[in-house]
Structures are given as structure tokens and as C-alpha cells.
Ligand binder design. Structure first.
Ligand code: PBG
Length: 338
């Protein structure tokens, strides 16, 4: 149905040669001229696997998201794959933590195991392992600490290098380098290459802000962090700095560059898209998830439309890959609509 402004009482019709509403007049026309549309394959599902769980455990601040057992994890991976998602991103919650995060470097550790479990059911969908120490350290920082208690950049690189080889050996297709240490991409690339893992790709969290929106994630991984990550994650007031971070990661050998969080940083996504020719990803983080779920739960917004709109915005800004806790559900909706 059309509703053109064609009132018969109109005595004089304005001479409009440009009528943008013409292209909005029917669902078919709107579909034809749509510039950006999220595809299931654009979506990456982050999943949490916890060591020693007998039952999947809900995360109170993220309704619908679970800490998984092996069984529930593999089931969630199968459902995501069936819905057509483009990738599975694995985070692990170990039973034991220490100052150096040594479980992360253990080939039999929970993250390496979870990667193997994912590969078993992924049916060729890329398995992305998180390459960071924060889930494994008893102080909760993304790296190891020096004698003064500061995050020691270069000692952390050594650990990331060893962890990367363990995860590549476990079968991860992609490693998500999320720790924001200087030089991490170059160091890890070199360590993978000398170990023969030249095909293991690096998803660089090139731009990662010290954001309040990671709050629910910290519950999801039982984070031990006291204080904050402002000596390594970026100040939300800075945008140009992100271009520098991206340029460095590209030079060091990143295969994909990511911006995180997503919806509050769409300007940064757009600038990064303009800067590089690599695939650009954005991460719709736990706080973005929690805000929408909370608002939808009280009836303030239409849940499905909001989720679709936010992800369309991220894609429109320039991210061809979107990590999101809604990946499976959203992929199903998109399949229904196509
Ligand atoms: C750290 C990491 C974090 C997230 C992903 N990887 C938390 C942090 O930096 O504190 C947050 C993801 C989210 O909030 O959904 N390796």
C-alpha cells in the first residue's frame, strides 16, 4: 500500500522532482534499495566454557547466556552452526588460577580442550580462541605482573606466544588477540610461524577501549580483577589513537582488525573501515547485550527490532564481521527474513 501525499483538495501541487519517499513506498521497493543487511555468516558467537561444571550455569546479568559444560557447549555450537553463523569464539573459565595464568599455556587446559570440542562439531565454521591471560590469572589482569605489580608488557608477550602455539595445535583456526599488549600481533605471528602454524589467522583486537560495558563479561568469566585495565586498554575519549593501534597491528601481520565495544564506537568502526583493506570486525559486548535485554524485559523497547537495528548499524558503520551474544538467534531471524 502506498500513502502518497496526494490530497485531492490540494489546489497547487509543489513541483518536486526529488521525492525520496518513492523508494520507501512498498516493502518490495524498500527491500530492493536496502544498502546494508546483516547476513548470518557475518556473525560470530562468543561462548563460555567452565571447567568442572556439571550443569550449565546462567550468567545473571546476561539472560540467555550460559557458562557451559562440555555437553551444553557442543550443543550450543551445533545450534549456531545450523543457524548459519560465521564463527565460534571460545572463552574458558579455569578451575584454578595463578599469578602467571599458567593454565592458559597447558595443552590439556580447559581452553585448549574447548577448542578441540568446538572443532569436533563446528563443521568447518572457523573456531576462534581467545588469546589472553585474564581468565587464567588470580589477579585478573590480561598479562603477568612485574615486581611493582604493573602489567609487564614484554613478559606477557612470551606467555601469549606459547599460548598461541598451544591453541593452534588444539586446532583453532583463528586466535583473538584481546590483551592490548604492545607488539602482541607481531610477536604471536612470529611464534606461530616458527612452529609451523602459518595458516592460523590473527584477529587483532586492535582497538579495545577501557569500557564500563564489559561489566557482565567479568561475571561470565568469574573475573578476579581489582582495579581497572586503563594502562593497556584505551581511553574512550580517543579516536585518532585507534588509527595508530590499527596501523601497528596491520604492520605486525593482523589478518582481521576488531573494534570493541561496537555500538558506542561506530565512529571508530567507520574510520577503521576507511583506513584498512583488511576485514573489519566489531564486538557487541556484554554490557550492550545486558542493556537491551533489561530494557526489553520491562517493555521499553521491542527486543527483536532493537537487536536487528543495532547490528545493522554496526554493519552500516563498516564492520563486516560482528561478534555478538545474539548470533544464533539473530542468524535464525535473518534466515526467516531472507
Ligand atoms: C579480556 C576480554 C574482555 C572481553 C573480552 N575479552 C574483558 C575485559 O577486557 O575486561 C569483554 C567482552 C564482553 O564484555 O562481552 N580478554
Amino acid at each position: 500500500m502506498t500513502d502518497r501525499p496526494s490530497s485531492p483538495q490540494l489546489r497547487e501541487r509543489p513541483e518536486l522532482t526529488q521525492r525520496p519517499r518513492r523508494l520507501r513506498s512498498t516493502p518490495g521497493i524498500r527491500r530492493l534499495v536496502q544498502e546494508h543487511r546483516v547476513r548470518p555468516a557475518d556473525l560470530v558467537l562468543p561462548l563460555f566454557v567452565a571447567e568442572g561444571l556439571t550443569e550449565p550455569k546462567p550468567i545473571s546479568t546476561m539472560p540467555g547466556v550460559l557458562q557451559h559444560t562440555r555437553e551444553s557447549f557442543q550443543q550450543a555450537c551445533r545450534e549456531a552452526v545450523a543457524a548459519g553463523v560465521g564463527g565460534l569464539m571460545i572463552f574458558a573459565v579455569p578451575a584454578h588460577r595463578d599469578a602467571d595464568g599458567s593454565c592458559a599455556l597447558d595443552p590439556g587446559g580447559i581452553l585448549a580442550q574447548a577448542v578441540r570440542w568446538a572443532v569436533e562439531v563446528a563443521d568447518g565454521v572457523p573456531v576462534i580462541a581467545d588469546l589472553c591471560l585474564d581468565e587464567f590469572t588470580d589477579h585478573g589482569h590480561c598479562g603477568v605482573l612485574d615486581a611493582q605489580g604493573r602489567v609487564d608488557n614484554d613478559a606477557t608477550l612470551t606467555a601469549y606466544g606459547r599460548m598461541a602455539v598451544v591453541l593452534a595445535e588444539a586446532g583453532a583456526d583463528v586466535l583473538g588477540a584481546s590483551g592490548m599488549m604492545d607488539g602482541q600481533i607481531g610477536w604471536v605471528r612470529k611464534e606461530l610461524d616458527v612452529s609451523g602454524y602459518t595458516d592460523t589467522a590473527l584477529l587483532a583486537y586492535a582497538v579495545k577501549y577501557a569500557s564500563a560495558l564489559y561489566g557482565p563479561f567479568r561475571e561470565a568469566v568469574d573475573s578476579a580483577l581489582q582495579g581497572d585495565r586503563r594502562t593497556y586498554q584505551q581511553d574512550p575519549g580517543n579516536a585518532r589513537e585507534s588509527l595508530r593501534e590499527v596501523a601497528l597491528d596491520v604492520t605486525e601481520g593482523a589478518d582481521i582488525v576488531m573494534v570493541k565495544p561496537a555500538t558506542a564506537y561506530l565512529d571508530v568502526v567507520a574510520r577503521v573501515r576507511d583506513l584498512v583493506d583488511l576485514p573489519v570486525a566489531a564486538y557487541v559486548v556484554s554490557g550492550e547485550y545486558a542493556m537491551v535485554e533489561a530494557a526489553a524485559a520491562v517493555g521499553a523497547i521491542d527486543r527483536r527490532r532493537t537487536i536487528l537495528e543495532l547490528h545493522t548499524s554496526v554493519k552500516r558503520a563498516g564492520a563486516g564481521i560482528i561478534a555478538t551474544y545474539w548470533a544464533t538467534e539473530l542468524a535464525r531471524w535473518l534466515q526467516e527474513e531472507s
